[in-house]
Design a protein around this ligand. Structure first.
Ligand SMILES: NC(=O)c1ccc[n+]([C@@H]2O[C@H](COP(=O)([O-])OP(=O)(O)OC[C@H]3O[C@@H](n4cnc5c(N)ncnc54)[C@H](OP(=O)(O)O)[C@@H]3O)[C@@H](O)[C@H]2O)c1
Length: 359
């Protein structure tokens, strides 16, 4: 496999730090540029992010002395040094849209964690096991942007990455409606218990914009390419409630689901066990071997015990049983900054690399 030089835009942040640790020994990608806000420009990575390092593994030695660039002012220079960038920045939505388009127009592909472009018609929002074919819309996007190489591809919100994978292999039974309550970790807000002490012994029943994303994004992921855009699926009906809970990492979802043709419990378990996708077929470096993992124990999955399964890239499921109002209910869990953020973006980049989109 060819090697690619990559940049991390927003390298000092929570997701940026995850990118740094995931890419430290990547077999295909080498980090050659780190960038963040003008506040960090000119500082070494150690100076800019050392005191807020939130990972359990130390800052990669190879990056400690790298000097941060300005993500906005240095676009042309960054584009000339890398084959593509990962982007995870905390800026206004309009600013992020403009920033990502500026990189794409500088012929630097962007694999983004940000939500700004998730509903741009010709930007693919990809969970690589579910809708890898959506990357084919990049051709139309390049035509619109007037680029040969540059484009933007995004991953979905972290909240949907537990229940949408669990529902995916059940779609053949005709999912009619879904109710999902999510219990989301504080790292999803870029926080730790040190930086957000109010979350110790607490629960906040509101995460701005999260319920809308959780209800709408699955429909784009399950949508189809029509001409030069991705058209959202019209079903199933999805309703959600999203709560912030005192957990460091790992988003849990309690899911209720009804079908046109109600499957048996055994059929559902078989679908989960046998499900695999293009990342498994291509043996992409960050693809979990077993994507969906069912636990028979009544007290699983647990965030602390199960979020790191397969390097935090697998989804854990448990407590499948019939329901009195819906056909079935179950609980699922995924690591929000690995599968749900940086890991999901790295897997998407691996898919794009394997399909030649960075060449
Ligand atoms: N945390 C999660 O689990 C998660 C999951 C999915 C998606 N996301 C999304 O990923 C993005 C980053 O989240 P995060 O949790 O990593 O945030 P964060 O920890 O607050 O980090 C923000 C990053 O953005 C940079 N930044 C801020 N203003 C900037 C500017 N004007 N120009 C360039 N860079 C700027 C910061 O650089 P400085 O250090 O120089 O200020 C820092 O590197 C957000 O869009 C978020 O919604 C997060």
């Amino acid at each position: 496999m060819k090697h690619y030089n990559v940049g991390i835009i927003g390298a000092t942040g929570m997701v940026g730090q995850r990118f740094a640790t995931l890419l430290e020994n990547h077999p295909w990608f080498t980090v050659t540029v780190l960038a963040a806000s003008p506040r960090s420009k000119g500082k070494t990575y150690e100076e800019a992010a050392g005191s807020r390092w939130a990972m359990t593994t130390p800052m990669p030695e190879s990056m400690k002395k790298m000097v941060l660039m300005d993500a906005t002012a240095d676009i042309e220079e960054i584009a000339s040094k890398v084959d593509f960038v990962f982007c995870a920045v905390d800026m206004k939505k309009d600013e992020i849209k403009a920033l990502e388009e500026a990189y794409a127009k500088a012929e630097c592909p962007v694999v983004s964690n940000n939500s700004a472009h998730r509903f741009t018609d010709d930007v693919p929002m990809v969970v690589p096991e579910i809708n890898p074919e959506h990357i084919e819309i990049i051709k139309a996007q390049r035509e619109r942007l007037g680029t040969k190489k540059g484009f933007i591809a995004v991953k979905s919100n972290c909240s949907i990455q537990s229940y949408v994978p669990a529902l995916e292999p059940l779609r053949k039974f005709g999912i009619t409606k879904v109710l999902a309550c999510t219990y989301q970790a504080i790292s999803g807000a870029g926080k730790t218990f040190e930086t957000w002490p109010e979350m110790v012994d607490n629960l906040i029943p509101y995460i701005g914009g999260e319920e809308e994303k959780s209800e709408q994004e699955p429909l784009k992921v399950w949508g189809r390419i029509e001409g030069n855009k991705i058209v959202k699926a019209s079903a199933p009906a999805i309703t959600t409630q999203c709560l912030r809970v005192p957990v460091s990492n790992g988003h849990t979802a309690a899911v209720f689901v009804s079908f046109d043709k109600k499957p048996s419990k055994e059929e559902i378990l078989k679908c989960w066990k046998e499900f695999s996708g293009v990342p498994q077929e291509l043996e992409l470096p960050h693809a979990p071997k077993q994507f969906l993992n069912y636990f028979e124990e009544n007290d699983r999955p647990q965030a602390k015990l199960d979020r790191d399964l397969e390097g935090g890239m697998a989804v854990s499921i448990g407590r499948l049983r019939e329901d009195t109002q819906y056909d079935y209910k179950f609980v699922c869990l995924s690591h929000n900054t690995l599968r749900g953020a940086a890991g999901g973006a790295v897997l998407l980049a691996e898919l794009l690399a394997a399909k030649g989109y960075f060449d």
